[in-house]
Design a protein. Structure first.
Ligand code: SF4
Length: 344
């Protein structure tokens, strides 16, 4: 396992006071371009850290932009040569959302996702997750791109709940050292209950928003498109959702169910009814459904037509379920949801 910057720092400078690492973190999120510019450090320490600890753990290999420059995808190389993708997207608030990865590849093998087809190569470290934000901050300065990064979605390559501690620790750093508040950060998961149950009890888990990649409320259909689905998935999800919403007991905190609409698989009126029945069985108005047009990735799945999407959304709205239809960004550069696969 690659040691984190903090582990290296503590190993190399065991006699430094504990506040030094906080100074180091402040430096990493400042305008400084290297350890030598971290002014809070005494000069001997700046030189020593510069020599032994890397300033950033991701290096840009390629950048692709949509024609309108509203979506930018980076292929980032890690210190061991593996690659991940990360995306910067202009959002409706005239600011920017970044979509960051949590693993190299993914073991979940969802049928609609290019990352799943890669298999899992390895977990990303806390530094590699945090540094995707730092990379985009630096890129924006360098390219003179105006508007702040206002939102972070952990929806890039990988299943965040399968890399729980590194994701949690990275999110805590991002919450503390950036101006992106926890309710502007969303973690999306296919539903790893060992981690989701732990999260309910974990006092270190930050109050970020969660999104469950549901994609079907039919116990026969979901395992076909998401083979990681356990046999008791829906019972467990119902119990977990109730417990989660009970714990996050305020009106601003909702839970999102994400639903990619696939032609003839999960977009029929009977599929909408199963979804409505499942949500009503949870009995909460703090669930939202985010309908997502399918972005062509691996396999022979097809996107639902606009007519099918509108009909599906209408049925949900008629049943008092708050539903949004996500705008898809970055399809022309394979940067849209489900298309990230680390291809140069
Ligand atoms: S959709 Fe998410 S969980 Fe499923 S294979 Fe892709 S990255 Fe993994």
């Amino acid at each position: 396992m690659i040691p984190t910057r903090q582990q290296l720092f503590q190993k190399l400078f065991p006699n430094e006071p504990s506040y030094r690492w906080k100074q180091a973190l402040s430096g990493l999120f400042s305008q400084a371009k290297g350890w030598k510019e971290v002014s809070a450090f005494p000069s001997f320490l700046r030189e020593a850290v510069e020599k032994d600890i890397s300033w950033i753990s991701v290096q840009v290999k390629t950048i692709e932009k949509t024609k309108d420059n509203e979506t930018i995808k980076s292929l980032l190389q890690l210190t061991d040569g593996l690659e991940i993708e990360s995306v910067l997207m202009r959002n409706a608030r005239d600011a920017w959302t970044i979509c960051i990865s949590s693993q190299v590849g993914c073991a979940m093998r969802c049928a609609f996702c290019s990352t799943g087809a890669m298999g899992l190569k390895r977990q990303l470290s806390q530094d590699e997750i945090v540094d995707q934000y730092r990379f985009w901050q630096q890129y924006k300065i360098q390219e003179q791109i105006h508007g702040r990064i206002s939102n972070i979605v952990v929806m890039g390559m990988g299943e965040p709940m399968a890399n729980y501690e590194n994701v949690r620790d990275a999110l805590n750093i991002l919450c503390e050292y950036t101006d992106v508040g926890p309710t502007k950060i969303t973690v999306s998961t296919a539903g790893i209950f060992a981690s989701l149950d732990h999260l309910l009890e974990d006092t270190l888990w930050p109050p970020v928003r969660m999104a469950i990649s549901l994609h079907s409320a039919d116990p026969l259909v979901r395992p076909r498109i998401m083979p990681s689905t356990p046999y008791d998935f829906f019972d467990h999800l119902r119990d977990w959702t109730k417990a989660y919403l009970e714990k996050q007991g305020n009106r601003t905190h909702h839970l999102t169910f994400e639903y990619i609409l696939l032609d003839g698989i999960n977009d029929r009126p009977e599929d909408a009814k199963k979804l409505i029945t499942f949500i009503h069985s949870i009995d909460s108005h703090r669930i939202r459904v985010n309908l997502i047009p399918y972005n062509k990735a691996e396999g022979d799945l097809r996107s639902s037509t606009k007519k099918q999407r509108d009909a599906f959304q209408r049925l949900l709205k008629e049943s008092d379920i708050i539903t949004t239809l996500r705008t898809s960004y970055g399809q022309e550069i394979s940067a849209a949801c489900g298309q990230l696969a680390g291809k140069s």
